[in-house]
Design a protein around this ligand. Sequence first.
Ligand code: MGD
Ligand code: MGD
Ligand code: SF4
Ligand code: MO
Length: 726
Amino acid sequence: MPASAAQSPFRIVHTVCSHDCPDSCGVLVTVDDRGRAVKVQGDPSHPVTQGFLCGKVAKYLDRVYAPDRILYPLKRRPDAEKGPRRRGSELEAFERVSWDEALNGIAARLRETAERYGPESILPYSYAGTIGQLGYGSMDRRFFHRLGASQLDRTICAEAGGQGWKLVYGQKLGIPTEDFKLAKLIVAWGGNIHGNNVHLWPMVEQARRNGARLIVIDPYRTRTAALADWHIAIRPGTDAALALGMMHVIFREGLEDRGYLEAMAHGAEQLYGRVREYTPQRVANWTGMTPGEVEQLAREYATTKPAALRLNYGVQRAENGGTAVRAIIMLPALTGAWKHRGGGAQLSTSGAFEFDEDALRRPDLAKNSPLGRLARVVNMSQLGEALTELGQKDWHQGPAVHALFVYNSNPGAVAPNHNAVVRGLKRADLFTVVHDLFFTDTTDYADYVLPAITFLEQTEIQGAYGHYFVQLSQQAIEPLGESRSNVWLFGQLAQRMGFAEECFRDTPEEMIRQALRIGADGHSANPQMEHVTLEELETKGHVPLAFHREPEAKPFQPFESGSLPTPSGKIEFYSETLAAKGLDPLPAFVAPAESRWSARAKDYPLEFLSRKNDNYMNSTFGNLEGHRKMEARLNQGLEMHPLDAETRGLSEGDTVRVFNDRGCIRLTMKINGDLPAGVVAGRLDWAKFSPDAVNVNALTSERVTDLGAGATFYSTLVEVKKEPEQ
Ligand SMILES: Nc1nc2c(c(=O)[nH]1)N[C@H]1C(S)=C(S)[C@@H](COP(=O)(O)OP(=O)(O)OC[C@H]3O[C@@H](n4cnc5c(=O)[nH]c(N)nc54)[C@H](O)[C@@H]3O)O[C@H]1N2
Ligand SMILES: Nc1nc2c(c(=O)[nH]1)N[C@H]1C(S)=C(S)[C@@H](COP(=O)(O)OP(=O)(O)OC[C@H]3O[C@@H](n4cnc5c(=O)[nH]c(N)nc54)[C@H](O)[C@@H]3O)O[C@H]1N2
Ligand code: SF4
Ligand SMILES: [Mo]
């Protein structure tokens, strides 16, 4: 080692960004000799990270060392009411307690609740604050299974599309991210690549330098759409119609790949019968396109090879989102796009990572719970109902919810039907614990607030939903103050509850070995990870899955040939699984119950998109000044087409009330052509930043998607009126 390196006061630690983003970047953290992180940078050796980070995480030390981080456990003061607090005044509602006091107090209350109402009256609520394998679901699940608490159906993001994908292909695999650079046509369908999945963008740029075209299908002119060769501003919730119309044209013009269909697909004949109804004219009436545009898109898609679809999650936030995803992903099967490297589709690559989740989560512990079985399941996309109506409706068996344990999530901001959620959270008899790093819209209702940590402060193992690399995230710095990881918290609580099972004492290192099924020879026994060792992960930080080890010599082309894990072993256009449930086995377009075609539209005629922010991660980062400033430079407020503004007599800068029968939010008018007439948009922000302590989710509903019972954030009708002058 050169003398200078030996004496360097800095060390560089390989970590992994654990935010809920497809890119799962390798992040190199520079730590000084006092143990303080002084710099973060993208890992240049990671083929997808390519040495850069998004704008949010490039400023990550602002989050790690934010002055308002919660650094010790807190307990609500007896006289402090639950409810929204001004930023900066949250601490007034709490008193500092020791971890001992907090853990004992929580354990006692959980025990009492379980005895009095049954353990299913306790509801854990978590999502993707961290997507590391341990932090997302391990010790926490062990704890709640053993306790007999209700299980949470984690539907808020990806279930509709996930189920749609599995019905057609059996497994969530897709084009390797790096291979998008080989495509000659890229269609971003309901995905904001530039804003939400920025490490795919260099591949798109490279493809375009080689002559590829980029088409974006999105009602909103996102950064990605503004940079596209063709932006199709489709009406929300009409994607299934467009996909079926494209298939109509493809069959009509003989552009399908007969040989591929013969070998790989099930139900092509039936699909042909179905799509005959979807003429370009009818599809144009639904989507707002012209019939000529539907035809042009179908021809360009079917005749350009390789053609890559980047289908992201925008489509499946509509009520018919599961079917829409199903219909769209049939396109590359119909044209044989999977045969060409760089062709096919990508929704998520997560199906490729088969970590040993049962070993991490131990569902078998439910047998040791007072129930002696797995507990009932509550849908997280219906938290408002769960907190206010459960126990009163016969469709949800079991007791009302009397204790709520929130971690990895901020339902006070992100859950649909905000006002119902808040009514539930305000219940004086509801015992609420929140484990987070900041005072959020949810901590304002907590009885205990516990301090959590960032990905710099723990050891983790992580896959990805936007690439094929397993990564080890090493602890770069000590947890700040008394903050602690999810694994530590639930391990400790288990001790206080008197759970004797050995697994509650596992260390993160032991759990990483379990997730990887590390055998006596030091190798993983997981599918596609046979070559993975901890030593290699420690040295390199990232290791590709087996099928992606030699991408040039042996490229991975999913669904090019062979048998699939579907009931027929083929790509399923026609689903016997759905038929057996009495559902339509073929895709069809059904207009959402909240759309311009529904009766509700008489009262609430505008389709409302409650969108994400380019500089936040859902609600995460929304409290940081620097991130707020970056976001403020973009369009904020209520965005509306000039025609809709004119009919309502609204001008730029007016304060307006955006409302429906679920709620109302006041926003400032922004008139622009970034969305079609009839569609308006607002951004997901923290409720506590608005004067009325509500956010866009005051308008969204708890209605769920056709497949997977997911949330329907983008199927929402509203009306907009000028706020009367005071
Ligand atoms: N910067 C940033 N990055 C993120 C996130 C974030 O909040 N900010 N969130 C992360 C998370 S949790 C996820 S799930 C992913 C999501 O990544 P994306 O799927 O890209 O996310 P969305 O922004 O929800 O939706 C994409 C686009 O779909 C459009 N859309 C809405 N309705 C429809 C429709 O009916 N049809 C079509 N074709 N398009 C429609 C929206 O206008 C939006 O621009 O991004 C992750 N990355
Ligand atoms: N209107 C509208 N609503 C939406 C969406 C939308 O597009 N529009 N998007 C939806 C989607 S796609 C999703 S995925 C959900 C996201 O919903 P959530 O997963 O709840 O996402 P975040 O808002 O990022 O909140 C995550 C919280 O976890 C905390 N956290 C981070 N790391 C840790 C940790 O290690 N331990 C603990 N205990 N906490 C941690 C963070 O500080 C943050 O407060 O929101 C949904 N809500
Ligand atoms: S949020 Fe996404 S793009 Fe940004 S650093 Fe994390 S993984 Fe990478
Ligand atoms: Mo998400």
